[in-house]
Design a protein around this ligand. Structure first.
Ligand code: ZN
Length: 320
C-alpha cells in the first residue's frame, strides 16, 4: 500500500495527517486578492477532492457549510485529501455582491477555465481551475440562491459520455440527497470545466436570500459530508442517510426583457404547468412591461425575490 504524501497548493502545504489553513495572494490585475484555503491531508492515501464555495460572494449557506465541514474533519480519519476554498471570490464576498465580481463586472461562474492574462475574473477562474479543480480526482462546487434569490434545494450534474465518470458523479449526488437532482451543464461554469477534464463533478444548492439559517447550513454540510464519504475520503455517517432526490432532466431559465419591478406569482418548489402565468415585470407606476408565462411545465427551482429587476437578469428557473 502506498504512503500518503504531502499536499500543497502554491506556498501552502499539509503533511499527511494534518490540516493547514492560510491565505494565498492572487494578482488579478486591478487588485491582489487573498483567497482562503483549507488543506486537510488524510493519514492514509486516497482521492484528492476539491471543494469550492463563494464563487458567488453572497451565497452564505454554502460558505458557512464548507468552512464548517473542512474545519471539523479529522485528518487522522481521512483516506485521501481535501482542498477547500470557502470564499473563492473574496472581492465579491467583501462587496456583498450578487452574481458579479466587482473587480471586472463578470460572473465568475461563466468564465471557466479562465485565462492567466485575462480580466480579474478570468485570472481568478484560471487559478481555481489549475490549483483546485484540475489536480483533483473529484470536485464539488457549493452554491445557494444569491442574496436576491429564493431556492429549493438541488444537486446539478452532467452526463459526460464516460460511464465511469458519470457513475461517480451520480453516487455523489445521491449521497448529497437534496430535493432535486438536475442533469445538464452550463458553459463556463466550474463543474462543466471539471467534467470536460473527465473529473466527476457536482453542484450543490441549498438556501438563499442572503440568509444562513442553521437548518440550511446543516443540510448543506450534511450533504457535503455524505458526498465526501461517497468519494471514499471518509466513512459515511450511519445516523444521517440521504433522502432520495427527484430527478429532473434539465432546467429552463426565464429572463427579464425589461428593467423595472418584478412581481412573481409563484414560489420556489411550486409545480407550474406549461403556459401558466408566473409573474410580471411592471414599471414604477404599475404598467405591465412583461407578462411571463412558463414555457414548460415543471418545478420552480429558484426565483428572484427582489422587487428590483434589470433587463437580461434571471427571473426564475423551471426544472423539468
Ligand atoms: Zn451561485
Amino acid at each position: 500500500m502506498s504512503e500518503a504524501t504531502a499536499l500543497a497548493v502554491d506556498g501552502l502545504a499539509a503533511a499527511p495527517g494534518k490540516r493547514t489553513t492560510g491565505h494565498i495572494g492572487i494578482d488579478l490585475g486591478p487588485a491582489t486578492v487573498q483567497v482562503p484555503v483549507i488543506l486537510v491531508n488524510g493519514a492514509r492515501p486516497g482521492p484528492r477532492v476539491g471543494v469550492t464555495s463563494g464563487i458567488h460572494g453572497a451565497e452564505y449557506v454554502a460558505i458557512a457549510a464548507l468552512r464548517r465541514v473542512a474545519m471539523s474533519l479529522d485528518p487522522a480519519e481521512l483516506a485521501g485529501s481535501l482542498v477547500a476554498v470557502p470564499i473563492a471570490n473574496p472581492a465579491a464576498f467583501a462587496a456583498r455582491s450578487i452574481y458579479l465580481n466587482p473587480l471586472d463586472g463578470k460572473n465568475l461562474n461563466r468564465v471557466f477555465p479562465g485565462s492567466p492574462d485575462g480580466s480579474a475574473s478570468e485570472r481568478l477562474a484560471n487559478w481555481l481551475y489549475t490549483r483546485v479543480i484540475a489536480p483533483s480526482q473529484r470536485y464539488i462546487d457549493m452554491h445557494c440562491g444569491d442574496m436576491n434569490e429564493a431556492l429549493t434545494s438541488f444537486t446539478g450534474l452532467e452526463e459526460t459520455g464516460d460511464p465511469a465518470v458519470d457513475a461517480v458523479a451520480l453516487a455523489m449526488a445521491e449521497a448529497y440527497g437534496l430535493d432535486y437532482m438536475v442533469f445538464g451543464g452550463l458553459k463556463g461554469s466550474t463543474t462543466t470545466s471539471a467534467a470536460e477534464l473527465g473529473i466527476p463533478a457536482l453542484l450543490g444548492e441549498v438556501g438563499g436570500q442572503g440568509l444562513w439559517p442553521e437548518a440550511d447550513v446543516a443540510r448543506h454540510a450534511g450533504g457535503l459530508r455524505r458526498a465526501l464519504a461517497a468519494t471514499g475520503l471518509l466513512a459515511a455517517p450511519a445516523d444521517a442517510p440521504p433522502m432520495a432526490s427527484r430527478r429532473l432532466s434539465g432546467d429552463v431559465w426565464l429572463r427579464s426583457s425589461a428593467t423595472g419591478c418584478f412581481h412573481p406569482a409563484v414560489t420556489v418548489g411550486e409545480h407550474v404547468e406549461t403556459g401558466q402565468y408566473v409573474g410580471e415585470v411592471q414599471d414604477v407606476f404599475g404598467q405591465v412591461l412583461q407578462r411571463v408565462e412558463a414555457p414548460v411545465g415543471g418545478e420552480v427551482l429558484f426565483l428572484v425575490t427582489s422587487l428590483a429587476m434589470n433587463a437580461g437578469d434571471p427571473l426564475l428557473t423551471i426544472g423539468a
